[in-house]
Design a binder for this molecule. Structure first.
Ligand SMILES: Nc1ncnc2c1ncn2[C@@H]1O[C@H](COP(=O)(O)OP(=O)(O)OP(=O)(O)O)[C@@H](O)[C@H]1O
Ligand SMILES: [Mg+2]
Length: 248
């Protein structure tokens, strides 16, 4: 589904990603962990194609096709979708209009919005005055309407209250299960979302570099216990199969 090879990326003359290699098979879900400012959002923005994320080296291959030079809308049409960490407010476009513009046939906007407690928001300008949690649900409603094959979730649970996390988790599962080949990259700090979404693998990004790849829950536990620095040393010192085992 997705192959990232030796990807190095600059933003405003600063290298934010360095020599990233990653693969996602059809149907595979990957959790992406890392401290603030480590480059997680930059990776997603580069995959979807924001122009200020300049690829200085490497390739992004989606469904066997090199997409480095494609525009954002071309990538979206090929089947890549993003739930943004901080989506823009768009005055003059109602959430309902947006859903109608982007949705596949037979999408029942009112029914799906009700399930997400967003019915009253359909007539409002996109994200204008939406609370943090409401923005997350609005993003998910849009992804559900688009039904992408590769879903990039940027901190889907952050700012969402405990009751709505279950809702968000179930929605993410529904989006992923629309097609058995759907794959995802899910950025999470807390790991709450992994209680709902079965992530097959996890990886750690620190300082723009990937340091580890393995069982997501084990990685999360290790980070909680020992911190990211420990993970970097561990990944460097231990053979891959021994990652995340506690130090004796
Ligand atoms: N337009 C820009 N100009 C300058 N620096 C930028 C720009 N965009 C991103 N960066 C920097 O790139 C680094 C990586 O940012 P990114 O948003 O990818 O981090 P992140 O891992 O998603 O962090 P968080 O967990 O806080 O969301 C940060 O140091 C950020 O300040
Ligand atoms: Mg981010």
């Amino acid at each position: 589904m997705l192959k990232i090879e030796n990807l190095t990326v600059k933003v405003a003359d600063k290298e934010v990603l360095s020599d990233i290699n990653m693969q996602l098979k059809p149907g595979e879900q990957m959790a992406l962990l890392g401290p603030n400012g480590s480059g997680k959002t930059s990776l997603l923005m580069t995959i979807i194609g924001f122009a200020n994320y300049q690829i200085t080296r490497g390739d992004i291959i989606f469904k066997g096709k090199r997409i480095n030079e494609l525009s954002i809308d071309q990538r979206a049409r090929l089947g890549i979708g993003v739930m943004f960490q901080r989506p823009p407010t768009v005055r003059g476009i109602k959430l309902r209009q947006m859903i109608q513009l982007i949705s596949k046939d037979k999408f029942n906007t009112d029914k799906e919005a009700s399930l997400l407690n967003l019915k009253d928001f359909l007539g409002r300008d996109l994200n204008l005055g939406f609370s943090g949690g409401e923005i997350k649900r609005s993003e998910l409603l849009q992804l559900l309407a688009v039904a992408p094959n590769l879903c990039l979730f940027d901190e889907p649970e952050s700012g969402v209250d405990l009751e709505n996390i279950a809702l968000v988790g179930k929605l993410i599962n529904r989006i992923l299960q629309k097609n058995k080949d759907n794959a995802s990259l899910i950025i999470t700090h807390t790991g709450y979302i992994l209680d709902y979404v079965q992530a097959d693998r996890g990886c750690i990004l620190v300082g723009g570099k990937l340091h580890c790849m393995g069982n997501p829950k084990e990685i999360l536990e290790t980070v909680k216990k020992h911190g990211y620095e420990w993970c970097i040393t561990c990944a460097r010192e231990k053979p891959k199969k021994q990652y995340h085992q506690s130090r004796k």
